[in-house]
Ligand binder design. Structure first.
Ligand code: CAA
Length: 317
């Protein structure tokens, strides 16, 4: 039996590549109205123009009608800087997709979690940070974690980790904090499924149903351990300097059939994000396989962030 997610309006916090992708699949696949907020109006502009490009490409390829694309785009509205994150107060779920920085995420969750509707879900798209810590930060200073109110607020926090590019990648990692309730997990999972990230049934009668011919997928639940499943597996590939960049990438592409080599992928994710993830992994486990390489640290010090600013392991126009 499928479980209803009960999300009638979604808030997305952060209009970078992840937030934009999450807003798009939510509007297009789950068909929910989305309020998108970012403290940078330029970032919002970039995000909306990426959405427009992706929708136009789907129309050009005959995967969406003009009308479907317009309906999806019309479901996305922007909450401006004046309204701030408080403009998301009335939504049924917020997906936070800001930079990979614990203090920033804690500041966000503590500033508005208590003001949301009592049943609203607070999801974070973090790639590695402890969901348990983020859930604890959702309580206002006046509310104790042991009180009924404190337990209720924290129980609505969950990790919902999408992959980049969100419209293409098939996986959502679902992570339970120590405090997360079963109801929150079930509803978050149902929402990921509605976004096209669930297992689609191979029903030949449904080939024209965008929900069914969208990328069939898996949703996994992982424990709240540093890096969850995905980045605990991925980051050592990026950190391992056993050969030249070309040889490392060629090995994984031609030898293991990865679509991109790990260093190409690191540039795609963002080297600053990779470093932040590795630091979280290393601090959380003290396992030397996660200790960020000196080269990665220096590249980030040099502001070589990868594709997003033109220089990383490789160079981009
Ligand atoms: N947003 C949306 N769609 C995009 C996109 C983007 N940024 N970039 C590419 N695409 C789409 C293209 O439009 C194209 O779609 P159609 O086939 O529908 O036209 C499709 O992806 C393939 O694109 P290209 O033909 O241009 O290029 P490609 O075949 O080399 O594929 C790729 C590009 C999909 C990115 C592929 O190289 C790939 O799968 N790479 C691995 C990506 C990956 O591993 N992502 C996970 C990163 S880790 C993460 O996100 C989580 C974390 O915690 C760090």
């Amino acid at each position: 039996m499928s479980i209803a997610h009960g999300i009638r309006t979604l808030g997305v916090l952060g209009a970078g590549q992840m937030g934009t992708g999450i807003a798009l699949v939510s509007a297009l696949r789950a068909k929910v109205p989305v309020l998108l907020h970012d403290r940078s109006p330029e970032q919002v502009k970039k995000g909306l123009s990426l959405m427009d490009r992706l929708l136009s490409k789907d129309v050009a390829k005959g995967r969406l009608t003009n009308e479907e694309a317009k309906e999806a785009r019309d479901r996305v509205s922007v909450v401006g800087v004046e309204a701030g994150i408080q403009g998301l107060r009335d939504v049924d779920m917020v997906v936070e997709a800001v930079s990979e920085n614990l203090q920033l995420k804690q500041a966000i969750f503590s500033s508005f979690a208590a003001e949301l509707k009592p049943e609203a879900i607070l999801a974070t798209n973090t790639s590695s940070i402890s969901i348990t810590k983020i859930a604890a930060s959702a309580l206002p200073a006046s509310v104790s974690a042991a009180s009924e109110e404190g337990k209720k607020i924290a129980s609505r926090v969950v990790g919902l980790h999408f992959f980049n590019p969100v419209p293409v990648m098939k996986l959502v990692e679902l992570i339970s904090a120590l405090q997360t309730s079963q109801d929150t997990l079930d509803r978050a999972r149902a929402f990921a499924v509605a976004c096209g990230k669930g297992i689609c049934f191979p029903n030949p009668l449904a080939v024209n149903n965008p929900l069914c011919d969208f990328h069939a997928t898996e949703v996994t639940v992982s424990k709240d351990v540093p890096g969850f499943v995905s980045n605990a597996l991925l980051m050592p590939f990026i950190n391992e300097g056993t050969a030249t960049r070309e040889d490392i990438d060629t090995t994984l592409k031609l030898g293991m059939n990865h679509p991109m080599g790990p260093l190409q992928l690191a540039d795609f994710i963002g080297l600053d994000t990779c470093l932040a993830i590795q630091q979280t992994l290393y601090e959380g486990t003290r396992d030397s396989k996660y200790r960020p390489s000196l080269l990665l640290q220096q590249m980030v010090d040099a502001q070589w962030y990868g594709r997003k600013n033109g220089k990383g392991f490789y160079e981009y126009d």
